[in-house]
Design a protein around this ligand. Structure first.
Ligand code: HXC
Length: 495
């Protein structure tokens, strides 16, 4: 076997090969195309030896299931992608697509190999096309393990998950040297495209890990929730957490007063199987939390408004985050469970100018389009457009529950009374008592879950303690759901 790297390259923990060996079940990685080499004769390439053309490709097993993978080697021509390098990646993508098994790409590359010009660009085009062709068919995970530029970031962006290593991996369309040459702006790699920037600010990274080994372990864990392909059934795990366990702690975790904050993560931890929650986009748009979990052993996607951050409001980032996650779950057949406690969409010029209309519509689109089982619980409140889009019956949810005392309305009582009676209260120097009476009447006659229950928009009002039991039983009752959308080329997701 060609040893293309014996020592990790500067700044790396592991060699390209060691990364693969670390990720796969011990001894299962099998390399193909190790003899492939570039044929370039331009710009000094005729003298450059590039074992394996700078990428190791093959397949192995993760928890006994086949997974294809490639690992770029930064010690060889900067891990840059030339014609031969791209053909190796394309070959395993095609094999994975035909076999219906996941692909993990370990990216550590300066992008298109400059010396190979259009042949390198063509190579990335071929990879992008396959990323898209197999999107929603087989899981695709990108691990970013070094400074990555150009196609080495666009291809990951076309996959399901991007994992970055804090302080070790960087993603940018062009690196600092090119930025300086083109715009004279001086910026370091971390500020331009470090893992923290992409995990907290841009949202490009779904996960930020502190070491390469943690990233490789994470790839294994992500795959444990997913089927091998979109036609395969999801796999139930053995569950040693009582499925009818009473969630008594929810009483103290969630304050009664609808405006008081708490972390929805604590609710998720109570309701789902113990320690099963794998949060996606943990650091970005924390006003909504999303991630994989298990309920009675069944892998599910969880979406929860988080009153502990920005009051759990839906803004641009939160809408994009949840929409993307719902679509990922739907693609791979995972039921979506939504825990709703939302004051509405965030108003204001910044949001409007940023396109909240389109981004919020994306969330509506994702829930409407999803044909997997959809279950939702309204914990304390669900107002306005946010009520509709957050897995309401009207966007096709199968089971909708509400906790006792929850409110569903166009808006909260204070706002409603102000809009409808503000003039009268002002003119008559309305007393606090009158305001309170109006608010009480509004809550009783308009915002009460009773109204929604009477129309069947809420299937049952449940106690907090019963949340896990009710969700599990109704999940089992709908798990065999089959629903088809009209045949079409593609829906037109809002901008
Ligand atoms: C050929 C490359 C290369 C490339 C790096 N190298 N990128 N060789 N083609 N694209 C080589 C360097 O010449 C060097 O070789 C070695 O890799 C390490 O590079 P350094 O610059 O010394 O490393 P570092 O300081 O860590 O910086 C890493 C980097 C930087 C930030 C990625 O190398 C960089 O900016 N590279 C260019 C990035 C880029 O613009 N790529 C094209 C994008 S266009 P020696 O022999 O000295 O060790 C593209 C097309 C698709 O990808 C775009 C779709 C949108």
């Amino acid at each position: 076997m060609t040893r293309i790297q014996s020592q990790p390259v500067r700044g790396a923990e592991l060699t390209a090969r060691a990364r693969l060996e670390q990720m796969f079940d011990a001894g299962t990685f099998f390399e193909i195309d190790e003899s492939v080499h570039h044929r370039s004769r331009h710009f000094g390439m005729e003298t450059k030896k590039a074992p394996g053309d700078g990428v190791i490709c093959g397949f192995g097993e993760i928890e006994g299931r086949t997974v294809y993978a490639y690992s770029q080697d930064r010690s060889i021509l900067g891990g840059s992608l030339g014609e031969a390098h791209s053909q190796k990646i394309v070959k395993i993508m095609d094999l994975a697509g035909k076999a219906g098994v996941p692909v993990v790409g370990i990216n550590d590359s300066g992008g298109a190999r400059i010396q190979e010009g259009v042949e390198a660009l063509a190579g990335y085009g071929e990879i992008f096309r396959r990323n898209v062709k197999f999107s929603g068919v087989i899981p695709q995970i990108s691990l970013l393990m070094g400074p990555c530029a150009g196609g080495a970031v666009y291809s990951p962006a076309l996959t399901d998950f991007v994992v970055m290593v804090d302080k070790k991996s960087f993603m940018f369309v062009t690196g600092p040297k090119v930025v300086q040459a083109v715009t004279s702006e001086q910026v370091d790699t971390e500020t331009l495209g470090g893992g923290r920037v992409h995990a907290e600010v841009s949202g490009v990274a779904h996960f930020l890990v502190s070491s390469e080994i943690e990233g490789l372990e994470l790839a294994r864990r992500i795959l444990s929730y997913l089927p091998q392909n979109n036609l395969e059934d999801i796999e139930w795990d053995l569950c040693d957490d009582d499925v009818v366990r009473s969630c008594d702690a929810l009483e103290s975790i969630v304050p009664r007063e609808a405006t008081r904050p708490y972390d929805i993560g604590d609710v998720i931890a109570q309701v789902m199987d113990k320690d099963s929650f794998l949060e996606v986009h943990k650091l970005w748009a924390q006003n909504i939390r999303v991630g994989f979990a298990r309920l009675g052993g069944c892998p599910v996607g969880v979406v929860g408004n988080n009153p502990g951050y920005l009051a759990g409001v839906l803004d641009i980032a939160a809408s994009r985050k949840a929409a993307r996650f719902v679509r990922t779950c739907n693609a791979f057949g995972l039921p979506v469970i939504s825990l709703v406690d939302v004051p509405g969409f965030l108003p204001g010029k910044e949001q409007e100018h940023g396109g909240i209309i389109d981004h919020g519509a994306k969330l509506a689109f994702a829930y409407c389009e999803a044909t997997v089982p959809k279950l939702a619980v309204i914990l304390r409140k669900s107002y306005g457009g946010a009520y509709i889009v957050m897995s309401s019956k009207h966007v096709g949810a199968d089971y909708n529950f509400a906790w006792e005392g929850a409110e569903i309305a166009v808006m909260g009582a204070a706002g409603a009374v102000e809009i409808l009676y503000g003039k009268e209260l002002k003119e008559s120097n309305g007393s606090e008592q009158r305001k309170k009476d109006l608010s009480d009447e509004y809550n009783r006659t308009v915002a009460s879950t009773e109204v929604a229950s009477q129309r069947g928009f809420v299937d049952a009002v449940i106690s907090r303690a019963d949340t896990r039991k009710v969700l599990f039983r109704s999940l089992r009752a709908i798990i065999g759901k089959k629903e088809d959308l009209p045949v079409k080329r593609n829906g037109n997701v809002p901008l």
